[in-house]
Ligand binder design. Structure first.
Ligand code: FAD
Length: 702
């Protein structure tokens, strides 16, 4: 079958000034990585089982869950195959880091670009790789890692991460679940003393996971020792029945991510062995003696890991939305700019460009910062293993604000891009609603955004005080040292360096003002806590500005440092970089007017340059997005719909996926259950003679 390319699209592609493949390789990291991505995409997307026969919106909740489990299991089988054949792309990791590499691969596929193409509404198994295994890796002793990770890796057990409760999400010190040590039996006894202490939200908890990392208040020798993590078995490994004392179920439908099987969990005198407390940092000895961790911050590792990788995920999700909207804008013709001309491509309207290109530029900004912070994360965690904690606060502060700003800009950007597609953007077929559902959730999970910004602000206030005290500062806040000395600003120049400094001046000015306002309140008799709360809007803005200064600075530095790309591509990336930097000056013009010495030249600069950037970037914009060369299935739901042939081959697979209709008994106990299909994945067990076959329970029973 010959494929006809839309004439407008073809024309746009022909206008490209650089080799699109070069950009593809740049985006992926290298030519080899592009080939690897293509291999992965072919490997996964050519599998008919991973295609939806019926769009999710036409299915009921149970069917959505079953579909997600079926696809999730299939994806994991394929990941295992990749791993076994040495094609998982893990050569970049040393043997010592294979577990980490496998986790990264799984989350890359389950939670990343490919995963969101296959599992558009989330997946109940993602938490297993994204939180359960990393938490054990980060907080378990070597012995615990050896035992649990091998079981989790082979999917003999499926885990989730249960921290949030009905009453407390943000304020984890307020969690109410208790784990009380009983020295006689050498066990912890878990209880949910109140309704608000029920765990609420964990992905895969509803019907999928049979184990969980549970975060609870530790009591030993009659004293509360604060929150700690425990591995708790929730369901029988053979029957999938909830264990005695475990109250468990699904929380219901949500704005998006309806296939993640988020659940609730309560405990009634549930006993677990002492060895099930994750004891890499703090410990409870056999007689109940508590050994404190050298630093409270050591337990934040898992949260930090997810925040760091989320920034990259968001750049990927946004890039999908940008690609959809820019392609649409190239082929959609509507109205006329001049009455005697044919209808214009909507791309020609400057207001349309204003919706598209800043978001295109943001994809690159987020990606470059994501790569940078990922490297920092790896270095800092390596230092932690050596007992060095010095850079942890800096990483924590940066991860918090980057996650908050990227997710918030990502969600806002996707909504703008949806609007840029007119009525068609509102259709599920555009895939934009599903992408929005995934991204807007990231504003809340792994730390609610405002709260994260305030955590960064706390660090910034401290850094500001250090700066004015002349103390040395960590690199990412190094700019405060210069600006705290009240250095006179140099006259404005229309250069990128000047814009970067202006962003930093804005951040420093806001941090100074917020700190002074808070101190003034304290001096006038307000308690430090109330003063913090009263100043918190300014403080959150400080963190946002600091993050924007970092994003702009990294974007500029990265593009400037590019030596391996052609002049033409570098020029386009530089234009995107300038567009991004100026866009945020214009978005926060009030802050800039307050913090920097403006002159009429700047105003002209804004108007003239931004117009130029919009026009110039437009000529390359489509090439930039087209350059990714992702198959339509990886981007657009509509395209997926065209490939609906789903045939389940009953063939023998390396992995064994068994569904157990155990819900009937569960339903008797928990009448509020929505449906009754349960799963156990046994990748290694030989107990089941007919692997690879799905046993869905008869729907008429439920
Ligand atoms: C899709 C999704 C998946 C999730 N998956 C999991 C999971 O797998 N495991 C898990 O344990 N949890 C999970 N969560 C829960 C998530 O981590 C919490 O929802 C999140 O931490 C926010 O907590 P909260 O819901 O209690 O919000 P709240 O803290 O109640 O926030 C409500 C409002 O109060 C404000 N607020 C709260 N505290 C402060 C403060 N100190 N200062 C200023 N403002 C404040 C917030 O800014 C916000 O505007 C998930 C949530 C979602 C949406």
């Amino acid at each position: 079958m010959t494929v006809t390319i839309n004439a407008d699209l073809r024309r746009e592609r022909e206008r490209c000034s650089f080799d699109p493949m070069e950009l593809t390789n740049f985006w992926d990291g290298s030519k080899a990585k592009t080939s690897h991505r293509h291999e992965l995409e072919n490997f996964f997307l050519s599998d008919p089982i991973l295609h939806d026969k019926i769009p999710a919106k036409y299915k009921n909740h149970k069917e959505i869950y079953e579909g997600a489990i079926m696809k999730g299991c299939r994806v994991l089988q394929k990941v295992q195959q990749l791993h076994d054949s040495g094609k998982g792309g893990m050569d970049v990791f040393s043997k010592r880091h294979l577990t980490k590499a496998f986790v990264v691969l799984c989350r890359q596929i389950l939670g990343g670009m490919l995963g969101s193409a296959i599992l558009k509404d989330g997946n109940p198994l993602t938490l297993h790789y994204v939180m359960f295994i990393p938490a054990i890796m980060g907080q378990g002793t070597v012995e615990q890692q050896g035992y649990w990770i091998s079981r989790a890796w082979s999917c003999n057990i499926i885990g989730t991460y249960a921290q949030t409760e009905l009453g407390h999400g943000t304020f984890i010190r307020g969690l109410e679940t208790t784990a009380t040590y009983d020295p006689e039996t050498k066990e912890f006894v878990l209880n949910s003393p109140t309704l608000t202490s029920y765990k609420w939200w964990p992905g895969g908890l509803g019907h999928t996971a049979n184990y969980a990392i549970v975060v609870a208040q530790l009591y030993t020798k009659g004293e509360c020792r604060g929150i700690h993590a425990f591995i708790v078995q929730l369901r029988d490994e053979n029957t999938h029945e909830p264990l005695p004392g475990i109250k468990i179920g699904e929380i219901g439908t949500k704005l998006g991510m309806n296939a993640t099987n988020n659940g609730f969990l309560g405990f009634e005198n549930v006993r677990i062995p002492r060895e099930h407390m994750l004891m890499k940092n703090s410990q409870v000895l056999e007689d109940g003696t508590y050994v404190k961790a050298p630093s409270d911050k050591l337990t934040y590792g898992t949260m930090m890991f997810v925040r760091v990788v989320l920034v990259r995920d968001i750049s990927n999700y946004l890039s999908k939305a940008v690609t959809i909207a820019i392609r649409y804008s190239a082929v959609r013709r509507q109205s006329q700019i001049k009455p005697d001309e044919p209808e214009s491509q909507i791309m020609d309207y400057v207001t349309q460009q204003y919706k598209l290109f800043p978001n295109l530029a943001a994809c690159f900004a987020f990606r470059m910062c994501a790569d940078w912070i990922w490297e920092m994360y790896n270095n800092v965690t390596a230092e932690l293993d050596q007992g060095e904690l010095e850079r942890l606060p800096e990483l924590h502060a940066l991860a918090c604000c980057l996650k908050a700003v990227a997710s918030s800009d990502g969600a806002t950007g996707i909504e703008q891009l949806r609007l840029a597609c007119g009525g068609h953007g509102y259709m599920d077929a555009s895939n934009l609603p599903a992408i929005y559902g995934l991204v807007t959730a990231t504003c809340t999970y792994e730390g609610e955004n405002t709260v994260l910004l305030l955590q960064t602000a706390r660090y910034l206030v401290k850094a500001w005080r250090q700066a004015i005290g002349g103390e040395p500062l960590p690199p990412t806040v190094g700019y405060l040292a210069v600006l705290s000395r009240g250095v006179k600003q140099r006259p404005w120049k229309n250069t990128l360096s000047c814009i970067v400094q202006a962003h930093q001046a804005v951040a420093a000015g806001k941090i100074r003002l917020a700190t002074e306002n808070m101190d003034r309140r304290i001096r006038s008799g307000t308690s430090p806590e109330d003063a913090w709360n009263k100043t918190s809007i300014e403080l959150a803005h400080c963190a946002e500005s600091h993050c924007r200064a970092f994003l702009v600075m990294r974007f500029v530095e990265n593009v400037r440092g590019l030596t391996s790309v052609s002049k033409q591509l570098r020029e386009v990336l530089m234009q995107l970089c300038e567009l991004y930097s100026i866009y945020w000056v214009l978005q926060r013009l009030g802050d800039f007017l307050r913090s920097i010495r403006l002159n009429p030249e700047l105003t002209q600069f804004n108007g003239r340059q931004e117009r130029n950037f919009r026009t110039v970037t437009r000529a390359h914009g489509k090439c930039v997005v087209f350059a990714r060369k992702s198959p339509p299935t990886a981007i657009s739901y509509l395209a997926v719909c065209r490939r609906v042939a789903m045939v389940w081959e009953k063939r023998r697979c390396a992995a064994r996926v068994i569904y157990i209709a155990a819900a009937q008994c569960e339903r008797k106990r928990y009448a509020h259950r929505l449906y009754a299909t349960h799963c156990i994945m046994q990748f290694n067990a030989l107990r089941f003679p007919n692997p690879g076959r799905f046993h869905f329970c008869d729907r008429s029973q439920h």
